[in-house]
Design a binder for this molecule. Structure first.
Ligand SMILES: CC(C)(COP(=O)(O)OP(=O)(O)OC[C@H]1O[C@@H](n2cnc3c(N)ncnc32)[C@H](O)[C@@H]1OP(=O)(O)O)[C@@H](O)C(=O)NCCC(=O)NCCS
Length: 169
């Protein structure tokens, strides 16, 4: 199910068939460092992640993280979308791209489209984002799409501080 198209990218819902791609993305060292260990090691754990994460989110909220691929070649490049976490009162935008497809503007292009979709289709009034304090790439993307740094916070029981960004739509 296609959700959004931009100049270069298509965003569609993730399915269980994306398990091999999810293994590649979620075991990438930058994903593990900046986002965390989601317990994905192989196709079976990737299918569990997909079921309990993005697919459950589509069913519960009507949105979630989407699979991002190149319009021209069909190559998978990353994930980008909206999340509703128990630990945050607002909906947050999230993204991660494969190493070979970073620094090409894909995170900015897809996240900007996701924000516009949140405002116009989902009727969201505010979107936030959280990053590790030192995630320069993510911070640059968030600022480019209009989010502003609002302060440091902690999520749930996690003792680590994260940066909170936000935008009123
Ligand atoms: C963070 C991440 C999503 C950025 O994706 P991307 O597609 O490379 O970002 P873009 O190409 O849209 O870059 C946007 C801006 O950020 C800058 N940028 C990107 N990566 C950067 C980095 N590692 N350090 C400093 N600046 C960076 C770019 O230079 C660009 O600015 P410019 O247009 O002025 O040149 C990507 O590096 C990634 O997937 N990292 C691992 C997962 C992750 O950290 N996700 C975010 C969790 S909050």
């Amino acid at each position: 199910m296609i959700v959004l198209e931009t100049d270069r990218l298509v965003l569609r819902r993730l399915t269980l068939n994306d398990a091999p791609f999810i293994v590649e993305l979620l075991t990438d060292p930058a994903f593990l460092r900046y986002i965390g260990d989601r317990g994905v090691r192989d196709q079976q754990s990737a299918r569990q992640y997909l079921l309990k994460g993005p697919i459950a989110s589509y069913e519960k909220f009507g949105f979630g993280l989407y699979f991002v691929f190149l319009k021209e070649s069909g190559d998978p490049v990353g994930i980008c979308g909206l999340l509703k976490r128990d630990t945050l009162s607002d909906v947050d935008v999230g993204f991660a791209f494969l190493p070979a497809h970073r620094r090409k503007g894909y995170a900015t292009e897809s996240a900007a489209a996701v924000l516009a979709h949140g405002r116009s289709t989902l009727g969201l009034k505010r979107v936030v984002a959280i990053t590790s304090p030192d995630n320069e790439g993510s911070i640059a993307v968030l600022e480019k799409i209009g989010l502003r740094f609002e302060g440091m916070t902690r999520l749930g029981d996690d003792p680590r501080e994260v940066r909170l960004f936000g935008i009123d739509l």
